[in-house]
Structures are given as structure tokens and as C-alpha cells.
Design a binder for this molecule. Structure first.
Ligand code: GRF
Length: 203
């Protein structure tokens, strides 16, 4: 087996997925080194989780930069310092610029709380509930410039019952996220994914 790859997590909030990733790295369920956590919000609980796990972390305030490109350049600078091979978005609430994405072709993952291409965007759980679908779920996909639109690596369905509220559905979805995201990350880390157009195959 080749050398372990280094990765960074970008997070803006609570960091539930980050915690699942930290745990999976510790248990060697993800065979890669989590080197760095970056947040665009100084108050993100994800940063506390990183500190508790002794992982280097940095918060970068977008308001300190004239535009997205300048902000992205700063993030990339940190990635360079930590030799980052691939990137995992975990509740990261900003879009990445074209330059950024070009630096990491098929090396940036995101997780979305719906079965893409349904319910793109930040209100996916509430929208699925309001629409009345009986099944929603979780998607792990590669990041491209257009939001929630890259090739899909993995999906798992979550049924919606008549008793579900936004809160109970979110709990069910997050449970599934914390299970499937580490698996998908490990596949990428072990170079198990082959991408042909929009289709992603497991070697
Ligand atoms: C998750 O539901 C994820 O699918 C979405 O943002 C949420 C992040 O939650 N992209 P957390 O910060 O990982 O707890």
C-alpha cells in the first residue's frame, strides 16, 4: 500500500461530521492523516473539536479579503504548508472558487443532506419535508463550481414518516451522514474511486 495521504476539513459550524471523521481516523477506518481544520467562522464549534483532538486549526475571516479569490488563495496557502492532498467539506457554508477547485481535481468531497439532484442548497432537509417526499437521504459527491452538482460517490436513503419533524428528520439524516462520509473519504484516501464522466466506480 502507498503512503498515507494528508487531508484537510473545511467546516463552518457544529462539526458533527468533523467529529465522525476525527473518530474514524483515530480508529484507522479512514487511512489518511487529518492534518488541518479550516473554518471561515471564528465561533465554529468545529474548531473546538479540532483543538480537543490536537489537530491544527485555523479560522480565516472572509471579511478580511477583498474577494473570493483572495480568500481562497489564503486557504490554499495553508494547504500548501500542510502538504494537503485532498479536501473534505463538512458543513462548509461557502462556495469554492474555480481556481481552488482546479488545484484539487476530483480531490474535494462534500456531503449533502438529500438525495441529489433533489433539494440542492442549504435548506435541503426542510424542503424535502415540506415537499412531502416519502424518502430523502444523504449524498456524498465531488465538488465542482456549481453548488451540489458534482459526480456522486455514494448515497443512502432515509425514509420520512408522518411523525417526522424537521428536527427528527435531521437527526436521522445526520446519523447516516456520520456513517457514510468516513467510508467515502477512506475510498478516496485509498485511491479506490475511478471517475468516468459523472459516474464514479469503486475499484
Ligand atoms: C450536514 O447536514 C451536511 O450534510 C451539510 O451541513 C451539515 C453540517 O453539519 N452539508 P455538521 O457541522 O457536520 O454537524
Amino acid at each position: 500500500m502507498g503512503a498515507f495521504m494528508n487531508f484537510a476539513v473545511l467546516a463552518s459550524g457544529h462539526g458533527g461530521n468533523l467529529q465522525a471523521i476525527i473518530n474514524a481516523v483515530k480508529k484507522k477506518k479512514i487511512k489518511a492523516h487529518l492534518k488541518l481544520v479550516v473554518s471561515d467562522r471564528a465561533d465554529a464549534y468545529a474548531l473546538v473539536r479540532a483543538r480537543k483532538a490536537n489537530i491544527s486549526s485555523v479560522s480565516i475571516n472572509p471579511q478580511d479579503f477583498p474577494d473570493r479569490e483572495a480568500f481562497d488563495r489564503k486557504v490554499l496557502e495553508h494547504f500548501k504548508n500542510f502538504d494537503i492532498d485532498f479536501v473534505v467539506l463538512a458543513g462548509y457554508m461557502r462556495l469554492l472558487g474555480r481556481r481552488f477547485i482546479k488545484q484539487y481535481p476530483h480531490k474535494i468531497l462534500n456531503i449533502h443532506p438529500a438525495l441529489l439532484p433533489a433539494f440542492k442548497g442549504v435548506r435541503a432537509i426542510r424542503e424535502a419535508l415540506a415537499y412531502g417526499v416519502k424518502v430523502t437521504g444523504v449524498s456524498v459527491h465531488f465538488v465542482v463550481e456549481e453548488m451540489d452538482s458534482g459526480a456522486i460517490i455514494m448515497q443512502q436513503a432515509v425514509p420520512i414518516s408522518s411523525r417526522d419533524t424537521a428536527k427528527s428528520l435531521a437527526t436521522k439524516i445526520h446519523r447516516v451522514e456520520h456513517k457514510i462520509y468516513p467510508q467515502a473519504i477512506d475510498w478516496l484516501a485509498r485511491r479506490k474511486l475511478r471517475v468516468v464522466g459523472r459516474r464514479v466506480f469503486l475499484r
